[in-house]
Write a protein that binds this ligand. Sequence first.
Ligand SMILES: [Zn+2]
Length: 332
Amino acid sequence: MLTCNKSLARAVSRTTSLALSLAILLVTNQSLFAATKYAPTSVDMQVKKVSEHVYYVQGKPGVATDNEGFISNAGFVVSGDGVVVFDSLGTPSLANKLIKKIRTITDQPIKKVVVSHFHADHIYGLQVFEELGAEIIAPYGAQKYLRSEAAKERLEERQFSLDPWVNENTHLVLPDTTVSKSTEFTMGGLTFIINFMGKAHSDGDMTMLVEPDKVLFSGDIIFQERIPFVGSADSKKWLETLTHLETSGLTALVPGHGPASKDPKNTISLTRRYLAYLRKVMGTGIEDLTPFDEVYAAADWSEFKDLPAFDAGNRINAYQVYLSMEAEMLEQ
Ligand SMILES: [Zn+2]
């Protein structure tokens, strides 16, 4: 019996070490594959712990092509039974680096990636998570973007401006699951509440609340310490969303850009004030039939002019709000 057990133990041990060698070979191959497939990125990416289960990495302030594309945040939540990632960063190389960082904290499989919205700085890393077999969860509206000429042109532009981190091997990833109303799922003792907001900052935005940690990932409906990117946003709907955003009881908020905040109420105030100001100034200009250039030149930008990305983004944001408010008024 003992011999039998011993030989069994030896057999198990042999099988285990064979499996282990195979696993090591596989991991080594995967790492080599990833290393050669995705250009290395030299950006300094530090993992910050927000709560017991929640971590994030913070992109640097700047325009889209600064810092090798590392300008947006991504988060991850380590449950008792797998990892949920929030947003995938702006290049496959950055996503690859993020995965390595996650691996320093847990060996659990990355099971899901929740995408706040489909803008280039949050989605070009998706293909790396797709390769791992993670389920990609996107807000309704993502398909509209993915099919658009704008998405195609943006990728081509980034393949040029962010080469080699975004290159001919970078492709857009279709979601596995589309969310069109607020929903939730559980994993390893945690609850993930997805709040679908529809068209606000983009064609489709959603946030993710992690319970019991009470940490909110807001995506780009909140910008912190930089000028928000208005792009094709519906600033009216966006502002309404912010006005109704429930922040009481949260322990922390991780925005799409900028540092996590332990004071969520204060954090949403910059984006809210900025949008409200743009709408007030541009709205008054349109009512008075004043041309955009004059409205812009006469406006007092002192509250926002020292924020990162002001020079690159403010005028175009203001112009977008001017045009969209003109359209809103014609609709009335
Ligand atoms: Zn963004």
